[in-house]
Design a protein around this ligand. Structure first.
Ligand SMILES: [Mn+2]
Length: 338
């Protein structure tokens, strides 16, 4: 864990202990859909403290909350391996009197719905975006919320047909920019000059690095074609790059390596259920788009950072091998959202 994060955790816990954190806390996924979901919660329920998290870190986040709050968890999938830990934390929060509402559009297992349902009000339904679901549940009559949900649909299905969803995506990394986007959406303003300039700058930077994208076509043992996109060491907008490539080239899905720690899988033309691999790698998501973690010894991570694409650790080769075996288990779980 890095020092910046440790500082943040301590200051959050201290602030909560002395009552500085508002009654409403929204824990949202850090992508455009998560930001949109948080903005809709804000419009419906008034000001809230927004924190960005994901399937891997949500249980840690829940563990940090000390006081009684109204907690909204939006667009965060459940990682089956984290289920018991999350359940324990929710139980503790509920016993302290907190009310928890969990709204998500990723597929949940029956077990997860049953267990989490004991401690939280849950709304799980497969919609284009979690934001749409949040809008339908908390504020169906609100026009601004409807517009926010449209942006989230556009981004979360990786269509990116709207300029604003492309701009927001460029701001979905730093916590500061994300919070600014959430506030502007919640106010119904959506954009101001300062934010637009920042987002355009970060898009431009991404565009420059895009020309150097490194990719390679591979096949699975069952004959499916996939593209390996290596964005190491600096990462990049993997979902957009995969989408652009999908329009030009013929393949079933993409494996994007962001760093020696993170990867994602995106469906292009195929109907493969990709999330199984992500779940095996401590991640999750949709059958058509998901992400996971790559684990390796510390010294290899360092080598990765220094040598970038020039170094391919065995853990990445193992991941590629796992992906090549994708269809060996029957994939009846088709979900046509691509
Ligand atoms: Mn989503």
């Amino acid at each position: 864990m890095n020092i910046k994060r440790m500082k943040w955790i301590l200051s959050f816990m201290l602030a909560d202990a002395i009552g500085l954190i508002p009654e409403n806390i929204t824990i949202a996924h850090g992508d455009v859909d998560g930001m949109a979901s948080a903005a809709i919660v804000k419009r419906a329920r008034g000001d809230s403290y927004v924190v960005f998290s994901g399937p891997r870190s949500v249980s840690k986040m829940l563990g940090m909350i000390r006081r009684k709050h109204k907690i909204f968890i939006v667009d965060v999938a459940i990682n089956p391996s984290a289920l018991s830990e999350i359940t324990r934390k929710l139980k503790r929060l509920k016993e302290k009197g907190s009310e928890i509402t969990w709204i998500d559009h990723h597929p949940w297992t029956k077990e997860a719905i049953e267990t989490i349902g004991r401690y939280a009000e849950i709304h799980v339904k497969e919609e284009k975006s979690a934001a749409r679901l949040v809008m339908e549940i908390l504020n169906p009559e609100d026009e601004v919320s409807r517009k926010i949900a449209e942006i989230a649909d556009d981004a979360d299905t990786a269509e990116y047909s709207m300029e604003i969803s492309r701009l927001y995506r460029a701001g979905s990394r730093g916590s500061k920019l994300r919070k600014r986007i959430v506030d502007l959406m919640a106010e119904g303003k959506f954009m101001d000059e300062e934010l637009e300039e920042k987002l355009k700058n970060s898009m431009e930077k991404e565009g420059k690095s895009r020309t150097e994208v490194n990719y390679q076509f591979l096949t699975t043992f069952s004959g499916k074609k996939f593209v390996l996109i290596d964005l190491r060491p600096s990462g990049g907008p993997g979902s957009v790059i995969a989408k652009e490539l999908c329009l030009k080239e013929d393949f079933d899905f993409a494996l994007v390596i962001f760093s020696c720690e993170k990867f994602s899988l995106y469906r292009c033309k195929g109907s493969e259920n990709l999330s199984k691999v992500c779940e095996e790698y401590e991640g999750g998501g949709h059958p058509y788009a998901c992400g996971g973690r790559i684990k390796m010894p510390f010294y290899r991570k360092i080598l990765c950072k220094i040598l970038g694409k020039g170094y391919r650790p065995p853990e990445i080769d193992e991941l590629i091998e796992r992906v090549r075996k994708l269809n060996e288990e029957a994939s009846s779980d088709n979900n046509d959202k691509c």
